[in-house]
Each structure stands twice: as structure tokens, then as C-alpha cells.
Design a protein around this ligand. Structure first.
Ligand SMILES: *[C@@H]1O[C@H](CO)[C@@H](O)[C@H](O)[C@H]1NC(C)=O
Ligand SMILES: *[C@@H]1O[C@H](CO)[C@@H](O)[C@H](O)[C@H]1NC(C)=O
Ligand SMILES: *[C@@H]1O[C@H](CO)[C@@H](O)[C@H](O)[C@H]1NC(C)=O
Ligand SMILES: *[C@@H]1O[C@H](CO)[C@@H](O)[C@H](O)[C@H]1NC(C)=O
Ligand SMILES: *[C@@H]1O[C@H](CO)[C@@H](O)[C@H](O)[C@H]1NC(C)=O
Ligand SMILES: *[C@@H]1O[C@H](CO)[C@@H](O)[C@H](O)[C@H]1NC(C)=O
Ligand SMILES: *[C@@H]1O[C@H](CO)[C@@H](O)[C@H](O)[C@H]1NC(C)=O
Ligand SMILES: *[C@@H]1O[C@H](CO)[C@@H](O)[C@H](O)[C@H]1NC(C)=O
Ligand SMILES: *[C@@H]1O[C@H](CO)[C@@H](O)[C@H](O)[C@H]1NC(C)=O
Ligand SMILES: *[C@@H]1O[C@H](CO)[C@@H](O)[C@H](O)[C@H]1NC(C)=O
Length: 437
């Protein structure tokens, strides 16, 4: 009887307020735009010292204020805890491909598939189901790696992933093996192949890759020697996907600071906008690479917009004329900043930071093909949420039926503990999702 009442109460509360959440800080997640939704796969929390299996999303067809963005959690999670992977969306198949990165079962265990095995999994946006495509691929799959940035040709359905690193942590020693192979996956025939090795860059990690409409992939920044920022942004590696050929180009214009773990988006007029990054310096200018001139030309927007705290290991996605910059780390400021889920929107027409997001060009964003049901989360799936306004109502979402009173009570006690720890703005009990306030 008590069990039923508690359960009923829980259902009422969750249906009443379970709309949006304020996620825990994270970095090294992968983001893609599909179905008018901006999805964030996995990531790693430096507070929780853990990777996530969570998929967050934002409905970008609705306006919102960036101080309070309406994040939601998909009711399906990644089959493992994922970070430093690369995600690619194929509109042809309405599927997201997730490749590489750390793949953990639990917090600090080894990669669950071992370091040798590459795992490519696909997520179908129509049925919200994961598919372990790697068991069925043809060709020779690449070894597992991270700190990669893949690109997909949405007309041919082929994606391209260069380099990356396999690091193994043994006690205090990190053993890193970096790669410089171009791996191509055909999402139609499910076949892996290797691109040309001739003229390829040295092993490279932490770079960005951007596919231009002429089929050329532009590689920007990163590290040729793992964990040294020794690649100049003015020296660009290019790979022509049409003829499988490498070349390099010395970009003209201003000289930029070397950086890794930055982000890049391509505008409709073929400019690449680069934000953030790391090399233990503080702030980076926003930079724009014009690829309509040869050699390509770097510039800094004028007047230079005031920079917010520059993050690295964030994700950036272009939504119409807005560059969304999400999550990431800022390790040179006091630790309070590390807890923020950074959220910046740049209007790329005039390089201004936007506080109130107004969707535009909605006709150009494809309609949703599925309805995402956010009223539950799955395993471990216990999430404590508070509404993101100052409303004191509590919603406890339980993604499984038949939980015992003990479990529910445990959650409530957990919530009380969480409230006591509010100054820390996260709860150790509820690793999946916690609202601030
Ligand atoms: C998984 O992918 C394979 C290959 O594309 C396909 O044949 C199969 O139907 C998929 N399974 C699901 C459940 O989507
Ligand atoms: C990754 O590193 C580990 C340990 O050094 C090694 O055993 C493994 O073979 C490496 N994997 C690849 C793909 O290089
Ligand atoms: C395919 O990619 C091009 C270039 O990035 C983009 O303009 C177009 O909107 C994409 N098409 C779909 C259906 O996503
Ligand atoms: C970066 O470091 C690697 C390893 O020491 C070296 O081989 C490479 O030439 C360096 N790259 C540049 C551009 O200096
Ligand atoms: C940036 O990279 C270039 C090329 O390797 C190197 O010569 C230069 O010293 C690097 N700059 C910094 C500040 O590390
Ligand atoms: C930037 O451009 C957008 C679109 O043209 C406009 O709505 C906005 O007011 C501009 N912002 C500033 C600060 O001028
Ligand atoms: C966004 O919300 C903050 C805090 O609630 C508020 O101070 C600010 O005025 C809002 N901005 C806009 C553009 O609505
Ligand atoms: C997308 O949805 C809107 C509003 O529901 C509708 O008016 C429009 O026709 C739809 N477009 C397509 C291509 O289905
Ligand atoms: C969402 O889930 C609830 C509970 O499982 C179900 O009753 C409802 O029909 C679902 N909504 C959609 C749109 O599938
Ligand atoms: C998630 O929501 C979708 C859409 O309503 C539904 O079809 C699916 O069964 C749900 N999955 C889980 C694991 O609850």
C-alpha cells in the first residue's frame, strides 16, 4: 500500500514538472544537429570523474534564454559511458554513428571493449534504437582511438576519420600511440577502407576537421606530438575526398596561436569559424578561415567581440546563423567555473553573443521524424530533477516499474543530501542528471 502511494506520488510529480533540466558540467561530448534537435552524446564530468552514457538534447525550433536553456534527456542512453568519441549524422539513413573514444562500463574501468577493438555503433533516430553495426561491417576496421573529429558527406553517406590516439593508463604512466591513417566508412555498404597514406600529416590529435562543399577536408590545429601544441593554425593539412589525395597549404592572413581541443563550424558561404581551444594560455580570439580564396585566409572578426570564458573540449554546432558552443572545460580559472555547463550562442552574421535565442530558417531545418519521449530515463536512469525556475517542487523520475519503497526512500534521502550540497551544485547520488537551483 505504501509502495503504491509512493509510486503514485512519484508519477504525479514527474508528469507535473518533468520538462527541462540543467545538466551537470561536462566536456568531450559529441554533438550533432538532427530533426530540429541538437543532441549531445556522452561526455566526461570533471566533478564526477566519470563519463556519461546520457544523451541530452535541445529543441532548437523553440526560442529560449541561454541562462536557462531547456535541455532534455533522451529516454535511451548510450550502451556504455562515452567520451572523446566522434559522432556523425547521416540524413540518408536518419542514423547517428558514434565511433571511438573512451568506452567504459563503470567509472574508471578499462575500455569495455579493450583498446584493440574499434566500436562503431549507430543510433536510429526513427526508433531510438542502438545498433552494434561493428559486428557486421566489411573491410578492416580501424583500431580504437580518441581525440578524433570525423566528417560525413551527407550525399554519399561516407564518413572520414583521421588519426587519433590510443592511450593506456597504467598507474601514473600514460602510454600513447598516435595514428595518421585516414579511415573511411561507407554507411551504405557498411564497409571500412583506408584513404591514401601518401603525403598524409604526422599522427594528429585534438584537431578539427571540416568538409567543404568541394569535397576537401580542412584539418586545423591539434598536436602532432601528443600533448604538445606544436601544430600551427596557419599550416593546414587538406584531404581531397574526391580524389583521395593529401596536400598542405600555408594560410594567409593573421597568425594565430596554436591550439587543440578547439571547435570549428562551416558557414553556408564556406567560411570556417574556430572557437576556443587549449594550450595552457588563457583566451583565444575567434578566428575565421575564408576558404573561397586560395590560399585560404585567416581573419579575426572586427570589431572583435568580447570573449566569454574560452572553453576547450566543448562542442560547437551551427544552427542556422547561430553557432552553438556547449559545455567544455576552462582549467585556468577557479574551480567554481568548472561546474558551469557553458552555453554560448554566436550570431555569425555580425559576431555578437546572443542571450535570447530566436529560431530562424525553420523551413530549412527538417521536420522531426519521431517524437522523443522524455518522461522516463533508462538504466541506471535514476535522476533527480528540480524545475529550472525557483519553483520548489521536486520531480523524481523513475525509469523502471516496481521499485521498492526502499529504493524510493533512498532517492528521497539522496535528494535531501543533494539539497544540503547545493552549494556544490551537483549530487553524487544522482550521477545522471541533476538540476541546479
Ligand atoms: C542494424 O544495422 C543493420 C545493418 O545496417 C541492419 O540490417 C539492421 O536491420 C539494423 N538493426 C536494427 C535493429 O536497426
Ligand atoms: C593500445 O595501447 C595498448 C597498451 O599500450 C596496446 O596493448 C594496444 O595494442 C594498443 N592498441 C592499438 C590499437 O594500438
Ligand atoms: C548536407 O550537407 C550540406 C553541406 O554541409 C548542407 O548544406 C545540407 O543542409 C545537408 N543536408 C542535409 C539533408 O542535412
Ligand atoms: C611536432 O612534434 C613531432 C614530434 O616531436 C615532430 O615530429 C613534428 O615535426 C612537430 N611538428 C612541427 C610542425 O613542428
Ligand atoms: C606553434 O607551432 C609551431 C609549429 O610547430 C612552432 O614552431 C611554434 O613554436 C608553436 N608555438 C607555440 C607557442 O607553441
Ligand atoms: C546582429 O544581427 C542580427 C540579425 O541581423 C540582429 O537581429 C541583431 O540585432 C544584430 N546584433 C547586433 C548587436 O547588432
Ligand atoms: C535571460 O534570463 C536572465 C535571468 O533570468 C535575465 O536576467 C535576462 O534578462 C534574460 N534575457 C533575455 C534576453 O530575456
Ligand atoms: C513541418 O511542420 C510544419 C508545422 O507542423 C508544417 O506546417 C510543415 O508542412 C511541415 N513540413 C514538412 C516538410 O513536413
Ligand atoms: C510517452 O511515454 C508514455 C509512458 O510510457 C506513453 O504513455 C506515451 O504514449 C508516450 N508518448 C509518445 C508520444 O510516444
Ligand atoms: C522512448 O520513447 C519512444 C518514443 O515515445 C518510445 O517509442 C520508446 O519505447 C521509449 N523507450 C524507452 C526505453 O522507454
Amino acid at each position: 500500500m505504501i509502495k503504491l502511494q509512493v509510486f503514485f506520488l512519484v508519477i504525479i510529480l514527474s508528469t507535473e514538472i518533468c520538462h527541462s533540466i540543467i545538466p551537470i558540467e561536462r566536456s568531450a561530448q559529441s554533438s550533432i544537429l538532427a530533426d530540429k534537435k541538437l543532441f549531445f552524446f556522452g561526455g566526461m564530468s570533471s566533478q564526477l570523474l566519470s563519463s556519461f552514457n546520457q544523451i541530452l538534447y535541445l529543441d532548437v525550433s523553440k526560442p529560449f534564454n541561454t541562462t536557462n536553456p531547456p535541455f532534455e534527456i533522451l529516454n535511451v542512453s548510450i550502451p556504455f559511458r562515452s567520451s572523446y568519441a566522434t559522432a556523425l549524422f547521416s540524413p540518408l539513413k536518419n542514423e547517428v554513428y558514434l565511433f571511438g573514444g573512451f568506452m567504459r562500463n563503470e567509472l574508471n574501468d578499462d575500455n569495455m571493449f579493450g583498446n584493440h577493438i574499434s566500436v562503431l555503433i549507430s543510433f536510429n533516430l526513427e526508433n531510438n534504437g542502438w545498433n552494434f553495426t561493428f559486428t557486421k561491417t566489411n573491410g578492416i576496421a580501424p583500431e580504437n582511438r580518441r581525440l578524433i573529429n570525423g566528417v560525413i558527406n551527407n550525399k554519399t553517406g561516407k564518413f572520414y576519420i583521421f588519426g587519433g590516439v590510443n592511450d593506456t593508463f597504467t598507474g601514473a604512466t600514460t602510454n600513447s600511440i598516435a595514428f595518421n591513417d585516414m579511415n573511411i566508412f561507407d554507411t551504405i555498404s557498411l564497409t571500412w577502407s583506408k584513404g591514401s597514406a601518401e603525403g598524409s600529416p604526422l599522427p594528429l590529435i585534438g584537431y578539427t576537421a571540416t568538409l567543404l562543399s568541394n569535397g576537401i577536408i580542412v584539418f586545423i590545429g591539434g598536436e602532432e606530438r601528443p600533448y604538445n601544441y606544436n601544430v600551427s593554425l596557419n599550416q593546414l593539412a587538406l584531404y581531397d575526398t574526391k580524389v583521395d589525395q593529401w596536400s598542405s597549404m600555408r594560410a594567409q592572413g593573421i597568425t594565430l596561436e596554436n591550439r587543440s581541443y578547439h571547435s570549428a563550424v562551416l558557414t553556408s558561404d564556406e567560411r570556417i569559424i574556430v572557437f576556443g581551444g587549449d594550450n595552457f594560455l588563457n583566451q583565444y580570439q575567434l578566428a575565421v578561415l575564408n576558404t573561397k580564396v586560395v590560399p585560404y585566409e585567416w581573419s579575426v572578426p572586427t570589431p572583435a567581440p568580447p570573449l566569454p570564458l574560452t572553453t576547450y573540449s566543448h562542442s560547437a554546432t551551427l544552427v542556422g546563423n547561430y553557432m552553438f558552443i556547449n559545455f567544455g572545460k576552462v582549467d585556468y580559472v577557479d574551480s567554481n567555473h568548472e561546474q558551469l555547463p557553458y552555453f554560448y550562442i554566436l550570431d555569425i552574421r555580425n559576431f555578437t553573443w546572443v542571450a535570447q535565442y530566436e529560431p530562424e530558417q525553420l523551413s530549412q531545418l527538417p521536420n522531426s521524424t519521431n517524437t522523443v519521449n522524455t518522461s522516463t530515463t533508462n538504466s541506471p536512469g535514476l535522476s533527480v530533477e528540480t524545475p529550472s525556475d525557483n519553483d520548489k517542487k521536486i520531480g523524481i523520475i523513475i525509469g523502471a516499474v516496481g521499485l521498492s519503497v526502499v529504493t524510493v526512500a533512498g532517492l528521497l534521502i539522496g535528494y535531501k543530501y543533494y539539497k544540503k550540497q547545493r552549494v556544490h551544485r551537483y549530487a553524487k547520488q544522482a550521477k545522471q542528471c541533476v538540476s541546479y537551483n
